[in-house]
Structure formats: C-alpha cells, structure tokens
Design a protein around this ligand. Structure first.
Ligand code: 5RP
Length: 218
C-alpha cells in the first residue's frame, strides 16, 4: 500500500459525509484532488462546491461540478481538505500547497470540517513540518523578524506567489506545544495574513488512510 493509495482511501471514505443537495467546500492538494475525483462519481448529489484555490476550481470545473462563490452560499454544511500534519486532538498544520488563507476561511464558514490524510501525517506534536505563513509582500522582512523573536526560523518559499498575490514564509523549529496559543500569537503580527495552524478551528473528523485500512478520529 503506497502513500497515494492511503490518501485515495481516505478521500473515498469522506464521500460518506456528503449529503444531498447544497454546496460543499473543497480543499487543495493531492489528497483533496483524490476527493474531487471521488466526488465526481456522485456529483449529481450536490449543487456545487466552493474551492479553496484556483487549482481546485479548475479540477472541479473539469468534472462539470459548479464552482460557487462563498459569498453566495451562507454557511457550508461540509468542508473536506487534506493536511500536512495532524494530531489526535485534530489540530492541523496546513498550507504546504500554499492555499492556507482560503482554506482557513472555508473551514471557519463550515459546520463540519472533515480532514483526509494518510497515516504519515499523524504527529504527537505539531512542528516537524515547517509552518507556512502567508504574508503581504511588503511585510516579509518585518514578519520574519517577529517570527525569529518567537524562536522560529523563517524561510521564504522561493518562486511562489499565493492565489491572493502574497508570499509564504515556511517556519522551521517552532515549539508548537500549545497550537491554540501560538495561532493566536501569530495572528497578531501585522502583515501576516494567515498562519497554517488550524487549532482555533480544528478539524471535526480526521479520516486517516493507513496500511491496514481507514481509521476515523473524532
Ligand atoms: C494545501 C494544504 C494541503 O491540504 C496539504 O498541503 C496536504 O497536501 P497533500 O494532500 O498533497 O499531502 O494545506 O495548502
């Protein structure tokens, strides 16, 4: 069983959470892509999807799934997305694909956030994966200095611009023993648009593809 097989199995299992009618939120990345592929097989069941990135919007459209503006939907029943790291408390690091800002907005606007991932993403403590922070370009150096004060080592993601026209700092060596507190602290840095900690609004369900089958944590 490869990592991709485990991602696919988790993505497939998330179909169970897709109700009839309404619009759902769809995330970004390879596991979210597998979810879109699976969703296409039952696309008649939903009215459309809110996409967390331009790439996801393109994939949804390719399957003929209507892409809807979040401003037109009210709150969403369901959001399905991947993660770079997840704990058993369902706290996440996201943003490896650079779509963290729209992902955090959709997660906040959704009643149920189902995170789909393979077992390699499960961690006792967050932080082995560098924490992505989306930053307004003119604030890059300032935000980097503030992060150094917090003990992190920020590295500019080279050659990458987000869908919102911003840059990403990937922060190494942060001590993330209290993800809720750190998320709040990082949110106070002027010019930092979004940090990749999803702790204030964690996942509600974590579907993990493992070598021995799919496991669901709630
Ligand atoms: C994108 C994300 C992704 O969910 C995260 O990077 C996981 O990606 P993958 O499913 O390809 O492992 O947060 O911004």
């Amino acid at each position: 069983m490869t990592q991709d097989d485990m991602k696919k199995a988790a993505a497939q299992a998330a179909l169970e959470y897709v109700g009839s009618g309404g619009v759902i939120g769809v995330g970004t990345g390879s596991t979210a892509n597998y979810f879109i592929d699976a969703l296409a097989t039952i696309k008649g069941r939903i009215d459309g999807a809110v996409a967390s990135s331009n790439a996801t919007a393109e994939r949804l459209k390719k399957y003929g799934i209507p892409v809807v503006d979040l401003n037109a939907t009210g709150s969403l029943k369901l959001y399905v997305d991947g993660a770079d790291e997840a704990t058993r408390h369902l706290h996440l690091i996201k943003g490896g694909g650079g779509a963290l800002t729209r992902e955090k907005i959709i997660a906040a606007a959704s009643e149920t956030f189902v995170c789909v991932a393979d077992e390699t993403k499960l961690a006792d403590v967050l932080g082995k994966f560098p924490l992505p922070i989306e930053v307004i370009p003119m604030a890059r150096s300032y935000v980097a200095r503030e992060i150094v004060k917090l003990g992190g080592e920020p590295v500019l993601r080279q050659g990458f611009t987000t869908d919102n026209g911003n840059v990403i700092l990937d922060v190494y060596n942060l001590n993330i023993l209290n993800p809720v507190e750190l998320e709040r602290t990082l949110n106070q840095i002027a010019g930092a648009v979004t940090n990749g900690l999803f702790a204030h609004r964690p996942a509600d369900v974590l579907i993990l593809g493992t070598k021995t089958g799919v496991q669901t944590l709630k």
